[in-house]
Write a protein that binds this ligand. Structure first.
Ligand SMILES: Nc1ncnc2c1ncn2[C@@H]1O[C@H](COP(=O)(O)OP(=O)(O)OP(=O)(O)O)[C@@H](O)[C@H]1O
Ligand SMILES: [Mg+2]
Length: 266
């Protein structure tokens, strides 16, 4: 695959983070290339959100390296993440129910001149944005309260794209959705990929993961437990890596190299 030789947009190496007595992440590696969807999976408490927060600049790591397009960077704040080109859509969508779609898309970054809001420009950009993403919403002038869960999620994702990010992180974007609405959101994820974005998708749903992910990165007890090619791996294999139920090839190999290392240390 060509992705192996390209420089990843984002590369994490040996990321560790501790909260008091809890070692939330230990030496975690993760790579995301342009135009790929990486699913980040793992049991409750595996460290997924902690890792997302490291990347989003919300909770910097204790140690490890972050590289952006090949260069080492620090992401000490959410602003720094945004400036690099990292957008995050958190699970609680933080949309304002009483505002319309335009109002939500531009909340906090309204367009205007001399303190006068340029509603026409914002409405046009909203329509263009939704059109580029093939998002069908009856009108950009209806309050988001009257949209379906899936439509709301697509508005939240669109909002994150206004800053023209290169990486978008989605935390459980389909968790609260029905079948039809989930399909809408997964379609959007595929369009983001085809527009060249790198997507990190946290999900507990293996069907969703198999449907859209190119690679699946498994965290278990705060450590990497394999990165799988989504198309060539069964749901059962991924679940085994999540639960640690069976020795998969990756963990067997790691156990072997760890043994060798231990032997060399003696
Ligand atoms: N702010 C914090 N203070 C103390 N411990 C924390 C904090 N945030 C996370 N942890 C701990 O770090 C570990 C990893 O938590 P994290 O939230 O990253 O897991 P997760 O994979 O996102 O789980 P879930 O699927 O339940 O969302 C857990 O043991 C958790 O209790
Ligand atoms: Mg979490």
């Amino acid at each position: 695959m060509t992705t192996i030789t390209r420089t990843p947009v984002l590369a994490l190496e040996g990321i560790s983070k501790r909260f008091g007595a809890v070692q939330a992440l230990t030496e975690v590696d993760l790579e995301v290339h342009a135009g790929e969807v990486v699913a980040l999976v793992g049991d409750n408490g595996a460290g997924k959100s902690t890792l997302i927060k490291v990347i989003a600049g919300v909770g910097p790591p204790d140690s490890g390296e972050i590289r952006w397009e090949g260069s080492a960077v620090a992401i000490p704040s959410p602003g720094a993440a945004q400036a690099l080109g990292i957008a995050t859509v958190y699970q609680d969508l933080a949309l304002c129910d009483n505002l319309d779609v335009v109002g939500n898309l531009f909340l906090g970054r309204e367009l205007g001149h001399f303190g006068v809001l340029d509603e026409v420009a914002m409405e046009k950009r909203s329509r263009d944005l939704l059109h580029t993403l093939s998002i069908r919403i009856p009108s950009v002038r209806i309050p988001v309260a009257s949209l379906s869960g899936g439509q709301r999620q697509t508005v939240a994702i669109s909002r994150s794209l206004l800053g023209k990010p290169k990486i978008v992180m989605l935390d459980e974007p389909t968790a609260a959705l029905g079948v039809e609405q989930t399909a809408q959101v997964l379609d959007l994820v595929e369009r983001l990929r085809s527009q060249g974005l790198g997507v990190i998708l946290i999900s507990h749903n293996m069907v969703d993961v198999k449907a859209v992910a190119d690679r699946v990165a498994v965290l278990r007890l705060g450590r990497n437990n394999g990165v799988f090619d989504a198309k060539r791996t069964t749901q059962e294999e991924i679940i085994s890596a999540i639960t640690g139920a069976t020795d998969n090839a990756v963990s067997r190999r790691r156990a072997r190299t760890d043994q060798l290392k231990d032997g060399a240390d003696d």
